[in-house]
Each structure stands twice: as structure tokens, then as C-alpha cells.
Design a protein around this ligand. Structure first.
Ligand code: NAD
Length: 329
């Protein structure tokens, strides 16, 4: 099949492309490189079945494809809050453009939505029936409400134009190729620990998150695309950890000497987040398989290699990178 992956040069998109290419598909990767990087897809650039197009999805594009995985959108608060109006445009106009394309070429369309559509949830764990508790005017709204509109657009294109849609609500995902400066909790802790600087925990660290390893998520996305259910469907790992537990785990794995420091909680930070994955389990026969300790090990190795390369490139043979090189959220 000929498959379009928007946001394919990003963290999840590039892992998805690895799987699709390995499965023998022809892949078109569309990305404006806002948070994505060519290095993530470097190994496919010379492959005749791979095509990279630098394109901003807020502009329409004409392509012939059988499936569209629509992932283009910055996912971390640092990046989606940098230009909130652009984030809304990407979610609304970008999704409209991609749904228009799906309608024209009769492609199946999968939206990478998010657990953020549940906002600061009042029910726990969150099932797909829960309608959410989102602040429409907060600093996270450009992303949360943007994704909610993207879901609405998907379902309206389905009802009005018979576009075949799939909607995945993705919960915190981590793994190799996450950006080191994006302020997401796993990458923050790993980079801080590797650099020997204190791990920053916001609040008391009692807020919970669940962490899904990227290969598990990619498996869920492909099953959803290939299956008969349109969703929305939660994809995430239901194992719940407090942020403090995560900090302590990373600390123990990377550098037991590095201290943990506490800072005030950012606005609208959800207190608890854990997916109910009953639907994914029964509809897709999907379950996350990679335990946190194993996923963290692979993630730490990747960050260690990337930070190490930079140290060598800078001609610094010993010592840690300075904390000034790590803008933290
Ligand atoms: N990583 C997570 O934990 C998580 C959780 C929930 C949902 N998601 C969703 O999954 C998708 C991928 O997330 P990710 O973690 O890989 O993020 P990412 O930032 O690594 O990837 C997003 C990609 O989209 C590209 N992009 C952004 N705006 C664009 C535009 N206007 N035109 C073209 N390309 C554009 C970026 O350059 C980047 O390559 C996003 O839609 C995100 O909302 C991710």
C-alpha cells in the first residue's frame, strides 16, 4: 500500500515509518520539521519506496495514497505553547486539509488524538465515554481543544462524506528519538540524570502518569488502522506511576548521586492520568508488552548515545554537558 504519514519525521511518526517500511509498504512522509528531524528517517532517504516531502499541512496538498496516518502536530507543551495560534491552525486547518485529501482519494484516515481531550479528568481511569474536563481558555487549550476539534472534524467527514476514519487517543508515550529539550517528563529526567543535574519534580510529585513504550503504541496504531473499529480508542499503558516514582527510577538507573528538586506545579497540570484500555484489548486484542524498566533502559541508551555524540562533536572529551544547554519546561 501507499501510505502517507504526516509528522513522519517526529518521534512517534518515525517509529511508525520504520514498521510500515519493514512491512513492505510505500511510505510518503510529510513534515515541516518544526519538531521533527531528518536524522529520524535518515535510513530511508535513499530507499526508492520512501518519499520525504517538506510541507506544512496548514496548506493543502495533492497526493495519491491508500491510507493516511495523521500525526503532524507538536506534542509537548513547550513546543505547542511556543506558537499557540499555529498549533490551533495545525489541528484545525491541517486536519481539514488531510481529511479533504482522504475524501478525494478515498483513503482511510487515522487521527493521532490524545488523552489531553480528557483535560484534568474527574473520573479515573478514563474510558472513551468520558467527555472530559477541558479548560477552553487555558494555556493548554490550543492543543487540547485543537485535538477535540480534530476529532469532531474526523467524525463529521465520516458522517457527511463517508470517509473511513480511525481515532486513537494516545496517552504518554516515550522512547528513543524523543527530543531532549521538549520538557516531557521522561526525557527531562533522563537528560538531567545523564548530565548530573538535579531532576526537577513539579509539585510534590504525587500526580500520576502512565507511560507507553513507543513500539507498543505503534503496534496499536497499526492494528487500529487495519481493523474494523473507528474508535475513539485509548492507546496507552495502564500501569500508573507517580512522577516522584518515575524520578526515583531514572535516578536509580542512571545516577544514584543526582538529587531530586521540587518546583511549583504548572497551570492546568492534570493530577491523574491513566487509560482504561478495555476497548483496545477487546477490539484490537492489543496490550502493551514493554515494561517501564525495559523501555527506560532503551530510552536511556539512545539519549546517552546522542548526548555523547554532541560532547565529541564539541571537542569536549570528559565531563557532563552544562545545564545551560538544556532548556527545561
Ligand atoms: N508522544 C506522546 O506522548 C503523545 C501523546 C498523545 C498524542 N500524541 C500525538 O501523536 C502525534 C505525534 O507526536 P510525537 O510525540 O511524535 O510529536 P513530535 O513533535 O515528535 O512529532 C510531530 C511531528 O509533526 C510535525 N509537524 C508539526 N506541525 C506540522 C505542520 N503544521 N505541518 C507539517 N508537519 C508538522 C513536526 O515537525 C514533527 O515531526 C501528535 O499528533 C501528538 O499530538 C503524542
Amino acid at each position: 500500500m501507499r501510505i502517507l504519514v504526516t509528522g513522519g519525521a517526529g518521534f512517534i511518526g518515525s517509529h511508525l515509518i520504520d514498521r510500515l517500511m519493514a512491512n513492505g509498504h510505500e511510505v510518503v512522509c510529510l513534515d515541516n520539521f518544526y519538531t521533527g528531524h531528518k536524522r529520524n528517517i535518515l535510513k530511508w532517504l535513499d530507499n526508492p519506496y520512501f518519499e520525504l516531502i517538506r510541507h506544512d499541512i496548514t496548506e493543502p496538498i495533492r497526493l495519491e495514497v491508500d491510507q493516511i496516518y495523521h500525526l503532524a502536530c507538536p506534542a509537548s507543551p513547550v513546543h505547542y505553547q511556543y506558537n499557540p495560534v499555529k498549533t490551533i491552525k495545525t489541528n484545525v486547518m491541517g486536519t481539514l486539509n488531510m481529511l479533504g485529501l482522504a475524501k478525494r482519494v478515498k483513503a482511510r484516515f487515522l487521527l493521532a488524538s490524545t488523552s489531553e481531550v480528557y483535560g484534568d479528568p474527574e473520573v479515573h481511569p478514563q474510558s472513551e465515554e468520558y467527555r472530559g474536563n477541558v479548560n477552553p481558555i487555558g494555556i493548554r487549550s490550543c492543543y487540547d481543544e485543537g485535538k477535540r476539534v480534530a476529532e469532531t472534524l474526523s467524525f463529521d467527514y465520516h458522517r457527511q462524506n463517508d470517509v473511513e476514519i480511525r481515532v486513537a487517543r494516545i496517552f504518554n508515550t516515550y522512547g528513543p528519538r524523543m527530543l531532549e529539550n521538549d520538557g516531557r517528563v521522561v526525557s527531562n529526567f533522563v537528560v538531567q540524570a545523564l548530565q548530573g543535574i538535579p531532576l526537577t519534580v513539579y509539585g510534590e510529585g504525587s500526580q500520576t502518569r502512565s507511560f507507553c513504550y513507543v513500539s507498543d503504541l505503534v503496534e496499536g496504531l497499526i492494528r487500529l488502522m487495519e481493523g474494523d473499529q473507528q474508535g475513539p480508542i485509548n492507546l496507552g499503558n495502564p500501569d500508573e506511576y507517580t512522577i516522584l516514582q518515575l524520578a526515583q527510577t531514572v535516578q536509580a538507573m542512571v545516577n544514584p548521586d543526582v538529587p531530586i528538586k521540587f518546583e511549583s506545579l504548572p497551570l492546568d497540570d492534570p493530577k491523574r492520568r491513566k487509560p482504561d484500555i478495555t476497548r483496545a484489548q477487546s477490539w484490537l486484542e492489543w496490550n502493551p508488552t514493554v515494561p517501564l524498566s525495559e523501555g527506560l533502559k532503551l530510552t536511556i541508551e539512545d539519549f546517552r548515545a546522542r548526548l555523547g555524540e554532541r560532547v565529541v562533536a564539541q571537542g569536549t572529551k570528559t565531563g557532563s554537558l552544562g545545564s545551560s544547554q538544556l532548556p527545561l519546561a
